[in-house]
Design a protein around this ligand. Sequence first.
Ligand code: ADP
Ligand code: MG
Length: 483
Amino acid sequence: MEKAYEKVWSDCLKVIRDNISPNSFNTWFAPIKPVRLIEKVLTLQVPSQFFYEWLEEHYIDLLKKTIKKELGSSGRLEYSIVMDNSLRSGQSGPFTIHAPTLNKKALKNPPINMPLDLNKKADDGKSVPNPFVIPGLKKLNIHPQLIDSYNFDNFIQGDCNRLARSAGLAVGQNPGKTSFNPLLIYSANGLGKTHLGHAIGIEVKSHFPEKTVLYVTAEQFTNQFIDSIRNGNQNDFVHFYQMIDVLIVDDIYCLAGKPKTQDVFFHIFNQLHQSGKQIVITSDQPPVEMSGIEPRLLSRFKWGLAADLQLPDLETRMAILQKKIYNDGVEMPAEVLELIGTKITTNIREMEGALISILAHSSMNKKEITLELAAKTIEKFVRHSPRELTVDSIQQSVSKYFDIPLEKLQSKSRKRETVQARQFAMYFSKLYTKSSLAAIGSKCGNKDHATVLHACKTIKNLVETDKRFKKYVDDLKHLIKMY
Ligand code: ADP
Ligand code: MG
């Protein structure tokens, strides 16, 4: 039988449905669940903070009128927010917002039980608490600095991340006990390194709550180190890090050109590694290509596993977008999601940025989310993101430049000019794409990975010794990026 609160809400919905467009109704009202009615206070469960704010912003008058109509002049509304991934909240579990007045002021001064500083990006080194505290501090007190929503559940699996994801999961379930120590995750910007790093930490915490986990950016690490020198408590700094069971250091390349910081990190690394503690590192490059990092540190990075995150394919991009809107409790026409997923291909952060902008845009201008609106917003993102280079597009540029037919580049021909042009194509494919050596080889005359490696070395050597080759490379760099 229908409960009283269900009846009240379904009556409200009838009124609301007559007053707004079907699309808006489905997006903003269909996901709401009534949870209780106590003395004329109807409590509605909404999926996220974002959702609540949107209702307050756009439908406040309609809601007020409808509630008064159904419950009389003393009728009131309260919201219960179930999950709040949109804010990357440190708080999980339900909490209730009392918004009896339903006015905009309440938004600007959120209720006290909502963490206030969550809007700040956790990437921003300044907004997270400094974990480097004082000597004698208790192990338990170390704040792990993990972002709840960056968990494995929310990390969509695809061909692009299979190895890194499963290695991360293994490490999370068995820290320090796998051969993936250190685990180094590398990729271009915006492809999930930070997310995966946090997910490992969260996984460890869920299996071993007693373990001390710390996520820290290399930049924070550096700043803490500099502070410790200034304050003369360098030993405390080192001791602090020795207490960690699972250390996750994000964007290690920030240590490039900082020999003293690298030095102290080297010692901390050794200590932790020797005592079976887990280390996770992220970077924008594989160890072989990291410049400005001392060889002895690089050699340590090679002890474990280096796994990369590649560009996600369309299917994975769509799955990520769908998960995102589901978590945020919003709905979007399927064709709009598809447009985002097909247009933004090289950076997941930008893809999410476009999604958020489209929502914001339609909210600010009180417009429905249409394909046209979406296309306009996406255009801005696409224009600013560098185009994706592929082995094919590189081959085409090389073919044009040397005036050698594409088919020859892709053939096994041993003619000298062709071999050389093919080597350029391999060299630039390695430089500009995420394709593996084997994948590049298979597209360039069905060669194996050793041939591609040899080609890259040959071109590098020739560039250093032969002016003509230097010019070829410079010209080609231009051409490839223009094309
Ligand atoms: P990076 O550290 O490599 O620059 P991030 O980890 O910050 O990238 O990821 C950028 C955004 O993309 C984040 O919001 C993250 O949650 C999201 N993201 C990346 N990879 C995935 C994935 N496989 N599934 C779901 N979301 C992802
Ligand atoms: Mg990152």
